[in-house]
Ligand binder design. Structure first.
Ligand code: RFL
Ligand code: PHB
Length: 389
């Protein structure tokens, strides 16, 4: 098979990129290792910046998101007993939207056939070849046969564990990493949220987040040691912890219900600066990871894709390669700022095992300062709502 852009990975990055290219008349094929159900089964992001919702609108795949998404004008930082509301709309004139990554991915998946976007699911042994030549190609196996896709460019949208980043030779690699000594234990349940807006809480027992997917579906997380396992937690024990942390500060008591999903995610900051190698371009989690505090991961994937799709379209439509040449630097400038914000909010809101009483006082003083300073709140709000493209 021959195409203009071979896209590896059908998560949000790969599907968004595929749709944007098809909308501009650029040929592409998406190759995905997993099945559609598996991709939709991953419960991840819940908060979308305008960067992301604007792309869905530009594609005209936003009807359900506009109807069902919740516009959030603010969010809260909390200490043990105190709620500090960050009024993002008053401070920035903007808002974020609560709409799950699962729903966004489903909308992009459902729109693919009508828009002539080919997605090959359950492709095994996906491998990248001849990246430094002008005739790169991808191979994969399916139904007992090996297939080959020749392309002008390959887009690596295959997340943190995919093969694209690993295809870049070690001599070209520049990478930066910070692994945190804890993870987030998450629970999803069909119960009304305990508060109208998100609450990120720094409590003596550790970090906790009250989030949601809708007015009837809640998503909560608590900080757990990296050594912890989901099997160590009964649903009841988790609900007890959440009630202890949120009942004193939220509008309503935590409502309990059967878990639709429970899992532990590790926290990591990671930047792979080599976002271009020959004919390969990386976008989304394949090139960077942020800890989820700050809700930046999916939104960064969307901004990478906004830059990369414009650059590929300029190449094919206008024979102009300036944006492709500039892609890495432009993307990294925004990525590092989002890394900084996610790292800052992670440090401010979590209990680090190595921290003592002094560091806890520093966190308390900073939160007290945030509570009293509009300048601090504005800085937090403009990062939370998303820096401009
Ligand atoms: P994905 O979503 O990982 O998709 C990559 C796709 O590539 C496929 N793949 C392969 N395909 C072919 N061959 C192979 N060998 C392959 N190997 C892998 C995978 O199957 C998959 O389908 O990366 P993408 O598209 O770059 O999207 C990134 C986002 O998923 C991620 O940044 C966010 O989920 C991060 N994130 C959040 N981001 C936000 O913006 N707001 C949030 O509120 C938010 N909350 C979160 C999060 C991530 C979390 N976890 C579990 C990591 C909360 C959590 C708990
Ligand atoms: C979520 O709802 O899953 C969520 C919300 C905000 C975050 C991270 C995750 O910062």
């Amino acid at each position: 098979m021959k195409t203009q852009v071979a896209i590896i990975g059908a998560g949000p990055s790969g599907l968004l990129l595929g749709h944007l290219l098809r909308q501009a008349g650029v040929d592409c094929v998406v190759v995905e290792r997993a099945s559609p159900d598996y991709v939709l089964g991953r419960i991840r992001a819940g908060v979308l910046e305008t960067v992301t919702t604007d792309l869905m609108t530009r594609l005209g795949i936003d009807a359900r998101m506009q109807a069902e998404g919740l516009v959030e004008a603010g969010f809260n930082l909390a200490t043990n007993d105190r709620l500090i509301r960050i009024d993002i709309t008053a401070l920035t004139g903007r808002h974020v939207m609560v709409y799950g990554q699962t729903e966004l991915t489903r909308d992009l998946m459902d729109a693919a056939p009508d828009r002539d976007l080919t997605v090959i699911y359950e492709a095994g042994d996906v491998a990248l070849h001849a990246l430094e030549s002008d005739a790169p190609f991808v191979t994969y196996s399916k139904d007992g046969e090996t297939h080959r896709i020749d392309a002008a460019f390959i887009a690596g949208c295959d997340g943190f564990h995919g093969p694209s980043r690993k295809a870049i030779p070690a001599s070209a690699v520049r990478e930066f990493e910070r692994v945190y000594p804890f993870g987030w234990l998450g629970i999803l349940a069909d119960v009304p949220p305990c508060h109208d807006e998100l609450i990120y809480a720094n409590t003596d027992a550790g970090f906790a987040l009250a989030s949601m997917r809708s007015k009837t579906r809640s998503r909560y997380y608590i900080q757990v040691p990296l050594t912890d396992r989901v099997e160590n937690w009964s649903e009841e024990r988790l609900w007890d912890e959440l009630a202890a942390r949120f009942d004193p500060i939220s509008d309503h008591q935590v409502t309990r219900g059967p878990a639709l999903e429970m899992s532990i995610a590790p926290l990591r900051s990671y930047v792979f600066e080599t976002m271009r190698h020959g004919r390969l371009f990386l976008a989304g989690d394949s090139a960077h990871i942020v800890p989820p505090t700050g809700a930046k991961g999916l939104n960064l994937a969307a901004s990478d894709v906004a830059y990369l799709s414009d650059a590929l379209i300029a190449h094919f439509r206008d024979r102009d390669d300036a944006a492709l040449e500039g892609y890495q630097d432009k993307a990294l400038a925004r990525i590092w700022k989002a890394e900084r914000f996610s790292w800052y909010l992670t440090k401010l809101m979590h209990r680090f095992p190595e921290d003592g009483a002094f560091e806890h006082r520093m966190q308390a003083a900073e939160l007290d300062y945030v509570a009293s300073s509009e300048a601090m709140q504005t800085a937090i709000a403009e990062n939370y709502v998303g820096l401009p493209l």
